[in-house]
Design a protein around this ligand. Sequence first.
Ligand code: SAH
Ligand code: SF4
Ligand code: F3S
Length: 438
Amino acid sequence: MTDAAKKLFIKTYGCQMNVYDSERMAEAMGAKGYVTTEVLEEADMVLLNTCHIREKASEKLYSDLGRLKPLKQARPDLKVGVAGCVAQAEGAEILKRMPLVDLVVGPQAYHRLPEMAEAKGQVVDTDFPPEDKFEHLPARKAYRGPTAFLTVQEGCDKFCAFCVVPYTRGAEVSRPADRLLREARDLVERGVREITLLGQNVNAYHGAGEGGDWGLGRLVRELAAIDGLDRIRYTTSHPNDMADDLIAAHAEVPELMPYLHLPVQSGSDRILKAMNRKHTAEQYLRLVERIRAARPDILLTSDFIVGFPGETDRDFQDTMDLVRAVGYGAAFSFKYSARPGTPAAEKTPVAAEVADARLQALQALILDQQRAAQAAMVGREVQVLYEKAGRKPGQMVGKSDHLMAVHVEDPAGKVGDLVRVRVSASAPNSLAAERISA
Ligand code: SAH
Ligand code: SF4
Ligand code: F3S
């Protein structure tokens, strides 16, 4: 190649599945000679990988595109692409509203991105193609650090009344187990020691494997057997899909980390029903007991929506009670956002100031629990995988088994080291620790 490599700037919004997709899109464009850049002004192509989950997330795309206008005017040959869930939901509408966009590609069609980038004029591809996009993407060989995401399942068939994912990502599909094992081995070969398995409904995984369909528990066990893969996590799980075998894996597989994101959304049976979550608060609490019986030190996290249409003060108090009963290590909480095309969007919303007050109260409670969970680590020995150097000289930063950020004084430490440390202090969002082993 005589030309300097073309430069690709990617901005990723939304969930970890988008982070994974952005990496794979960068790799696909890499095969066409593009290298990624963090500097917007030097990019030959800008790709915005978008999220449609709440109104605010969606609107970010349009404000960012607005900011790109001067750049595109100065350099008309700059390619501007929109990928992800807004691309899927709005398709060609994006081109109408924002003529500076050259291409729109949905989450199931992005293996076609390299061709689309070469096309003349505006192009849109929001197909759910029959071919498996992963089979058309380059293998994962470049080193990017000791942790990686691996999408094992995509889409969702649950149709919670508030949620756009079944529409933007399509029906639930599990990737075949042998391909996942191959991708995991490729990742480990390039230096990855921790893999987080991803899916909007990851614990519903049921991919074709040796001897028939494998559930997530079986997949975790087979992955744990890969030499050099030290840590496994998975996210996001629906309470109704926590199979016995997966719960047992938490007791039996040392590589499976004691951490589980198990969104409940609400503690009120009435609201859970209206949300179409298909379980009660009591069933969730019983499930939590079974998981803790298998792995007593497991740290649980969740997602909550407040102000869902019809939510009364009593319903909200039920949510607060559930949070007190479980005791979370952390949780995300959101104000309900009506999404076009979802059943709940037809209903009368809760007044904004009521929803705001509930959100504040819930977040305060969750923050208390998060601080307590972190403070409980002080004095304990934990394992940390170093992900980067800290801001202070001689300091390394990594995650503990419980996915807490830990700062360690360790001048000899290197990225990728998995070390034992003793926690000495707890700050609001991280722990401080001293190394105690080689
Ligand atoms: N598959 C996951 C969640 C995916 S979306 C699950 O089933 O739990 C991530 C989170 O965004 C959800 O858990 C929910 O709390 C929140 N969310 C989804 N739709 C929303 C909406 N319309 N308004 C506010 N929050 C929403
Ligand atoms: Fe959305 Fe999760 Fe419900 Fe699926 S299970 S519809 S992704 S909230
Ligand atoms: Fe957002 Fe799509 Fe993920 S809507 S949360 S980017 S699946």
